[in-house]
Design a protein around this ligand. Structure first.
Ligand code: CIZ
Length: 308
């Protein structure tokens, strides 16, 4: 584990960051102190795009493994570091490349749309990538009548299917963190806070039942923008709880209620300030997507970027 040489751990990180010509990127679900130490906070795609435009040589990606892979695909010339290789993703782990290839074989005319929560190897098998904020747009850009294979999130896929009315086959994956958010608790909170707006992430396990009573179904980026611009003063937030300190900091006069206090992603919370310092000191752990896979995965990401 990293040794502290002088000052606080935060000061040590900032000093080493300059020395390494590094940027610290933190996902919206990271611990508050990690978000505080970051140069940029956002969703996986905005983080990778911010990194792409920067002059930094090293990216310390405070998020989970597939996000660091996406950054490596979009910034092949930069050193991408993940402070803990155990920071995986329950949803991404539900789709491996081999079963995806078998699925494609069973639907040879199918257009494969992969949510960003997939490994680089699965993105390489896909025609399009999408995020929760642009999945509807990506699907709408595919010519009418085309059969669509959507993976790995069943709930996001169901939402997109309902909104677009398209012929979509759904992979049966789900995010373990979002499944703990339950309809009953949301109804209770709505009763307790009748003026609160209810905003929901489409990965929520209850989304198929609760979609119609949500004021908004939004990605994490969409949520942070929405609460800023909305005249409402209270919000019930149905996603991983790590986003709430950011919302509170950016909107000190507003109130936020977690739809479930248990919606905590253990993988996201693997990243600590100590591990960030260690990562900068030792330049570990490097995430590099092999070139042939990266080139195919990049095509799926670029097709998405051309639409949104
Ligand atoms: O793309 C991301 O960062 C994820 C996984 C979710 C979101 O809504 O931002």
């Amino acid at each position: 584990m990293a040794k502290q040489l002088f000052g606080t751990i935060e000061e040590e990180i900032q000093a080493l960051k300059v020395e390494r010509k590094a940027l610290i990127l933190a996902h919206n679900y990271q611990r508050p102190e990690v978000q505080e130490a970051a140069d940029f906070i956002g969703d996986s795609l905005n983080l990778a795009r911010f990194a792409q435009k920067s002059q930094a040589e090293v990216l310390v990606f405070c998020g989970v493994h597939f996000m660091a892979e996406t950054a490596s695909i979009l910034c092949p010339e930069k050193t991408v570091l993940l402070p803990d290789l155990a920071a995986g993703c329950s949803l991404a782990a539900m789709a491996d490349a081999a079963p995806v290839r078998a699925w494609k074989k069973a639907h040879p005319d199918g257009v494969v749309v992969s949510y960003v929560n997939t490994s680089a190897a699965v993105k390489a098998e896909s025609d399009y990538c999408c995020t929760s904020s642009n999945a509807v747009k990506v699907v709408r850009a595919i010519p009418d009548g085309k059969e669509i294979l959507f993976l790995p999130d069943f709930f996001l896929g169901s939402y997109v299917k309902k909104i677009t009315g398209r012929n979509i086959h759904l992979w049966q994956g789900y995010c373990a963190t979002h499944t703990v958010i339950k309809t009953e608790k949301i109804l209770e909170l709505k009763k307790e806070h009748p003026r609160a707006q209810f905003i929901m992430h489409p990965e929520c396990g209850c989304s198929t039942r609760m979609m119609d009573c949500a004021d908004q179904v939004l990605s994490t980026e969409g949520m942070t923008q929405y609460v800023k611009n909305s005249p409402a003063g209270e919000f019930i937030v149905a996603t991983e709880t790590g986003i709430i300190p950011r919302m509170q900091k950016e909107n000190p006069q507003k109130r936020f209620y977690a739809a479930s206090e248990q919606a905590v992603c253990g993988y996201m919370k693997q990243i600590t300030l100590e591990k960030v310092l260690n990562s900068l000191e030792r330049l570990e752990y490097r995430v590099k997507v092999p070139r042939p896979v990266a080139e195919r995965a990049r095509l799926a990401i670029e097709r998405m970027l051309a639409i949104v």
